[in-house]
Design a protein around this ligand. Structure first.
Ligand code: ZN
Length: 307
């Protein structure tokens, strides 16, 4: 039996190391190009298949949400230019939260465009340390990235304004301490819509929701986030990853409508008054409810185990 235990430990170490290795690999869809398109009003999709970026255009320059991996920066630039806008007109850079898949390219984008970088207060130490201050991944070299100086520190409820566009920063913490959900209003075909860009409601593999010494209030923060998300009015449902809101299906639906412009009820967002698949208040409510249930299930599982 004595000999048996070290063998089990060795096997366990190998299994855990392999799991860590698999998790460290970035999803190939993150760097897979996706067509750039107008979602509604002055909001455009300029992200990849797996990582979402949004461009909000104004007469005084543009706002870009998320910088993604460093490898995505040329893709984002190409998407912006394909839509007929200038990358150099990016005046403000925002993020969904301080994880490498949404912020590692920020140093490059700031350097190329001179954009002002605005980040939620509790995510600022992570951004400015290049990921080292992150409660979960700070000692994982594969998840670190170039540190960037933040130009404006945002607080819950702050507005980011440019050329008539107003975005509101909602602190939706848990996934990161400063995870941010962005809201704004857009006008399309004479109607005004509430846009919600969800920061992230996910409990990542390995996250400790109980007795987490580097993030003691993590469980309360997740609950606060779900309470905030449930209270936000949402017509146009978007998020940090296309998978949250069914990007591929909705884009295909929109394109189908554009190809058949006379088929009125299912036509795309370019035609005023037509049904836009990204207008999905029920999908938003369902997503938030599912994610809250996932969180509560994980919390319930971790509580007895932590005693
Ligand atoms: Zn994340």
């Amino acid at each position: 039996m004595r000999k048996f235990i070290p063998i089990v430990s060795r096997v366990l170490i190998l299994v855990l190391a392999t799991a860590g290795y698999v998790f460290a690999q970035n999803d190939p869809e993150w760097t897979e190009p996706f067509p750039a398109f107008r979602i509604a009003g002055n909001v455009y999709y300029v992200g990849s298949k797996g990582l979402a970026n949004y461009l909000i255009t104004t007469p005084q320059g543009n706002i870009l949400i998320n910088s993604d991996l460093e490898a995505n920066v040329p893709l984002i630039q190409a998407s912006i230019e394909k839509l007929g806008f200038k990358f150099a007109d990016t005046k403000i850079l925002l993020i969904s939260h301080a994880h490498w898949d949404h912020d590692a390219g920020s140093a490059k984008i700031k350097e190329l465009t001179g954009a002002s970088y605005m980040v939620m207060d509790a995510d600022v130490p992570v951004v400015e340390s290049g990921g080292k201050a992150d409660f979960q991944y700070g000692n994982r070299p594969e998840f670190l990235y170039p540190p960037v100086k933040v130009d404006r520190v945002l607080h819950d409820g702050d507005e980011v304004k440019l050329g008539g566009a107003v975005l509101v920063a909602h602190l939706t913490p848990g996934h990161t301490k400063g995870c941010t959900t962005w809201t704004m209003k857009v006008t399309e075909g004479g109607k005004t819509y509430n846009v919600v860009i969800v920061g992230s409601p996910n409990v990542n593999p390995g996250y400790k929701l109980v007795h987490n010494t580097s993030y003691p209030q993590i469980a309360q923060d997740y609950q606060r986030m779900f309470d905030v998300l449930k209270a936000l009015p949402c017509d146009i449902f978007l998020g940090a990853h296309g998978g949250y809101f069914g990007l591929e299906e909705k884009y295909a639906h929109m394109e189908e409508g554009r190809r058949r412009p006379k088929a009125a009820p299912t036509s795309g967002g370019d035609k005023p008054g037509a049904a836009n698949p990204f207008v999905d208040p029920d999908g938003y409510k369902k997503f938030v409810a599912e994610k809250e249930l996932e969180f509560r299930t994980e919390l319930a599982m971790q509580k007895p185990a932590a005693k």
